[in-house]
Design a binder for this molecule. Sequence first.
Ligand SMILES: Cc1ncc(COP(=O)(O)O)c(C=O)c1O
Length: 393
Amino acid sequence: MNQREIFLRHVAQTSASPLGLEIVKAEGSLLYDVNGKEYIDLIGGISVANVGHRHSKVIEAIKKQLDAYLHIMVYGEFIEAPQVEYAKLLTDHLPASLNSVYFTNSGTEAVEGAMKLAKRTTGRTQIIAFNRSYHGSTQGALSVIGDEYWRNSFRPLLPDVLHLEYNSFDSLKEITEQTACVIAETVQAEAGIIIPSKEWMVTLRKKCDETGSLLILDEIQTGFGRTGRLWGFEHFDIVPDILLLGKALGGGMPLGAFIADKNLMWQLTENPVLGHITTFGGHPVCCAAGMAALKALLDEGMLNEVKNKEELFSSLLVHKKIISLRSFGLWMAVEFENFETNKKVIDHCIANGVLVDWFLFASNCMRISPPLMIDENLMERSCKIILQACAMS
Ligand SMILES: Cc1ncc(COP(=O)(O)O)c(C=O)c1O
């Protein structure tokens, strides 16, 4: 059997038609397959490779940590320098109330931990979420994702979850003294980059304050510079009670986090003690990699370039087949009339060395979320191929 056959037979499949590219090398914004074909990566592992694939500082930090120690003890018992230093660096770049970091292995685990913390803190059970939000695939996160198609087959899920319309003022009336928390993406990703109004976000924050409900902002895609600010919530002048991070947080290694005030977080230490447990969360190699990635993001001016790059993409991607282009930083949904057109465009792009895909809840929209360090030449080359694909689809 060749690699493809073994992949299909022995690696669990979640899609009837996986992309199935056999990549042997990744560097910056480029991937190379087993035949030496080059791909311009416009999806960055789905908003993971924000500082580029295999950033030299990330690789250096991983190698250094490999020579010191790998896993040594379950979460929260030993003082592990990579965790401590990364928690300090993150909180130095967050508002004062977000000062305590719980590291997880993934985004969905950050969602689980945050919802537990909200229930424990408020003594309430109701969780409010929004239609067309994506928060992960474990059963708690699945309970709050905003699409019945994905939820239905796995019921019973968490009880007392209410889904509301995102960016609707009317919806906010449903937040009451019964509500433990409201979980929202700062900008809805898988719905195809849906940007809420600032007024709505401010009203949501106010409503949570009035009812004593905790506001959880899922920045697993919007965080870490994707939107041109370090954190997405900075665009809206609000601060969540609990912030969720993942994806780019580990610089290419698996890492998530939920971050809150110490006054909330201490509740996981008693009644019951060990209120949230993980063996590998905050793995030292992942924290070392993530910290190197965050330093690179901050030190190499990547955030400052996001606006210009967003404008360049927007100015180049003009075609009569493109119905709209929604963008928020270096993060775009290119909208076509239907899935069929989108699929043809995507297939043509991939065949011609440009990696793009669609969104979970917006199959007629093409995703662009490249490494933030992508250069102008690669942006121009990839847009040319996308426009060719539009013309042929
Ligand atoms: C907004 C958002 N939240 C949560 C998750 C879940 O993260 P993970 O796949 O690391 O569990 C994702 C993953 O795509 C996401 O996009």
